[in-house]
Design a protein around this ligand. Sequence first.
Ligand code: NAD
Length: 412
Amino acid sequence: MTTTSGVSAFAEVNELVAQAGSVLNLKKGLVDAISACEREVTISIPLHRDSGIEVLTGYRVQHSSARGPRKGGIRFHQDVDIDEVRALASLMTWKTALIDVPFGGGKGGVAVDSTKLTPLEKEEVIRRWTRTLINVLGPNRDIPAPDLGTDAQTMAWLMDEFHRIEGFQPACVTGKPVGLFGAPGREEATGRGVAQITAATLQQNNKKVEGATVAIQGFGNVGRYAALVCQELGMKVIALSDMSGGIVDKKGIDIKAIFDVKSLADVKSDNRIGSAEVLEIECDVLIPAALGNVINDSNVDKIKAAFIVEGANQPIMTSADKKLRANKIVIVPDILANSGGVMGSYFEWTQNIQQFSWPKEKFRAELDVRMQTAFVNVNETAKKYKTDLRSAAFIVSVARVAEAFSVRGSLV
Ligand code: NAD
């Protein structure tokens, strides 16, 4: 996604990798090697619609396999392009390394407005995407998962298509429905992790969790569960928005009561706001959990939250990030804050391989402990290097990927 200011999202990630490499005294050649994408595949997807055949463009970018099979979601959104997929694939490499799971990084996408696809069309698109990319996918090669515009049902179709060609291997994709080799707990894992990290951040900064006010952009998989668990932990969600617009209630929105609505347009409210206005609400914690680049040069001066916990990937442009930090706003980076999703995917993958199933309580307990470990590690690294949380997270993960890449030998 080349941003409105012409900045490449992939270049922004690589800038963070280079900074970490410099702190760690890594040689330039090594930093270049671990920054580059291993493989990029662009495909065409002919889609049969009532109006005729429409040819969509799909992608799979495999950024790194240094620490294990590539892992990363598949996004259906009209703004998907190769630069965005590269950036997201690369973020997966740093995220999986940060939480220390045996995966590398990858990401996929199709440039299409998922809200305008019928269920049958969506099924056709994901089946074609899977068939065309079959040679680069698999439980030990590259394992997709849901992302923006895709969900458990999409993953079920993906798994079915994979099985038709390669035979039974449920570990070929994660984020599947529980009734089809999915893991109880995976669906909520990203949002649950975001909420747990929010609570830990408040405590770390000597703020009360009980009654802390939260505003969330996005009421899809991540935003919905983040809101629910924030409420369960005692926080007060005072503003929410999705594609249809937003709602505000200073007394606190009852998330349980509205959890199952299709869209926030279906929620009764006397105080409606625009989709982006939620970012400018006065609150303790802001959780962007929808799209990238939503906090940028045009609105950075209007942000009033004391803490920003990144539920979405790359919701803050680098230039805005610098300004926010200068204003003493604490930012918890995406590769830590939303890593509960890939942690949950790791649990699902291992269970599929072992043909064994954990109860939800065990899943939740393992997730909470491992998220806490990653949180402590990032905070201690920030202290050690006297730096911000994003730089600290990249120092941890770049060190791990660089080590794995190096010890594999010079002839790889
Ligand atoms: P989703 O498709 O389930 O939900 C997206 C939500 O964002 C919807 O409520 C949609 O209405 C809203 N939205 C879209 N455009 C908007 C706009 N302009 N303003 C306000 N809201 C808007 O997607 P998701 O899976 O919840 O993913 C959200 C973000 O979290 C993405 O950046 C994704 O990469 C990231 N993420 C997802 C996971 C996961 O496990 N699903 C894991 C890590 C990171």
